[in-house]
Write a protein that binds this ligand. Structure first.
Ligand code: SF4
Length: 145
């Protein structure tokens, strides 16, 4: 089984603040799988980097920098498209919960005044995975198959 997985869950120090989200219980569950890590934000913006939030806009949900206010969605989406073009035989996708890029059903969505609208949204990378009809799970929800 080929599993696309947020790199920070494997212990890569690619979070915005240079830390990781290593999840040893999850990795144990996946010990017989081929893991293919991804981190769109590290690729696009480097580490460390300012955080970003998903905002509801007339163009759909977009990710905006909490530092500059800039719309940072395009490079994240492009990275995701390239990733799934390169790896076209992924069986399962596991994303880091609550990330605006990698969350599956757990990303927060705000309006333009940063009022919380929802805590059950899908990150930009995950949206591309879903377009490929890959089964997607938040890391904290995945308990094996
Ligand atoms: S949640 Fe996604 S974008 Fe954020 S550090 Fe982990 S892999 Fe990178």
């Amino acid at each position: 089984m080929k599993v696309a997985i947020s790199a920070c869950l494997l212990g890569e120090t690619c979070r915005y603040d240079g830390s990781s989200n290593k999840n040893t219980a999850l990795l144990d569950t996946l010990k017989n799988a081929t893991l293919i890590p991804f981190c769109p934000e590290n690729y696009a913006f480097g580490t460390p980097r300012p955080t970003m939030d998903l905002l509801q806009t007339s163009k759909g949900n977009r990710a905006f920098s909490n530092d500059t206010g800039e719309d940072l969605s395009a490079p994240v989406i492009q990275y995701a498209k390239n990733f799934f073009e390169k790896y076209h035989d992924i069986d399962l996708y596991i994303g880091k919960d609550r990330s605006p890029s990698c969350g599956v059903c757990s990303s927060k969505l705000y309006d333009e005044n940063r009022q919380l609208l929802s805590s059950h949204e899908t990150g930009l990378m995950t949206q591309e995975a879903q377009k490929q009809n890959i089964p997607c799970f938040d890391a904290e929800k995945y308990k094996g198959e």
